[in-house]
Design a protein around this ligand. Structure first.
Ligand code: 5GP
Length: 208
């Protein structure tokens, strides 16, 4: 059997990558999502085992010790990690496995599994990102500010990604990600377009 591919999908908080991935799972049959473990508190409507495995810090540290994680990272004061067995088993079973992870973890995965495809989902511009973070109404203004700051920090990792896709509409973004995986001429941004969005976000965080 042909092995499946590993997709690393990253994007700034609020960019809508979760919605894009959900759309892919519903509309394209050959993808599965790796459910991460995290020590952060569930948001309203988040279900344990579906959105994340919500676990305590000591449980997380035990997973690290027992080498059960493909990678893990710290993001805004909480642990997030990818359970290893699920990923390996599904790739071997011929499914494309999606990891929705932040930039540091993404690089660790790429080191271990060089065939992994690194995709970064970008907002059309900085203002749209801010609006989406505010519009989500799941976070306090302090957390929104932290996450925007984090987005600015994450821009320095952009150059490590292989493909950049804009989330203008969920359906077209999902389609482009699928095309990347199926080698079918996707619409992706070039480095110059990425730089424009990057600078826009940096300006926004600086408050210019
Ligand atoms: P959120 O708290 O908004 O659900 O996630 C915060 C960040 O953690 C997002 O950038 C998300 O992609 C990332 N993340 C989620 N799961 C994992 C994981 O297993 N490993 C790593 N490194 N990052 C993750």
């Amino acid at each position: 059997m042909m092995e499946g591919k590993l997709l690393i999908i990253s994007g700034f908080s609020g960019v809508g990558k979760g919605t894009v991935i959900q759309y892919m799972l519903e509309h394209y049959k050959d993808y599965v999502l790796s459910v991460s473990a995290t020590t952060r508190q569930p948001r309203e409507k988040e279900i344990d085992g579906i959105h994340y495995h919500f676990i305590s810090e000591s449980e997380f540290e035990k997973m690290i010790e027992q080498d059960k994680l493909l990678e893990y990272a710290n993001y805004v004061r909480h642990y997030y990690g990818t359970p290893k067995d699920f990923v390996i088993e599904n790739i071997q079973a011929g499914r494309n496995v999606i990891l929705e992870i932040e930039t540091v973890g993404a690089l660790k995965v790429k080191e271990k599994i060089p065939d992994a495809v690194m995709i970064f989902i970008l907002p059309p511009d900085g203002a749209t990102l801010k609006e989406r973070l505010i519009g989500r109404q799941t976070e306090s203004s302090e957390v929104i500010a932290q996450r925007l700051k984090k987005a600015a920090e994450e821009t320095q990792f952009l150059e490590n990604y292989e493909y950049f896709v804009v989330n203008d509409t969920v359906a077209s973004c999902a389609k482009n990600v699928d095309k990347i995986i199926k080698n079918a001429s996707p619409h992706v941004l070039n480095r110059e377009q990425v730089l424009t969005i990057k600078n826009d976000i940096l300006r926004l965080v600086k408050g210019d």
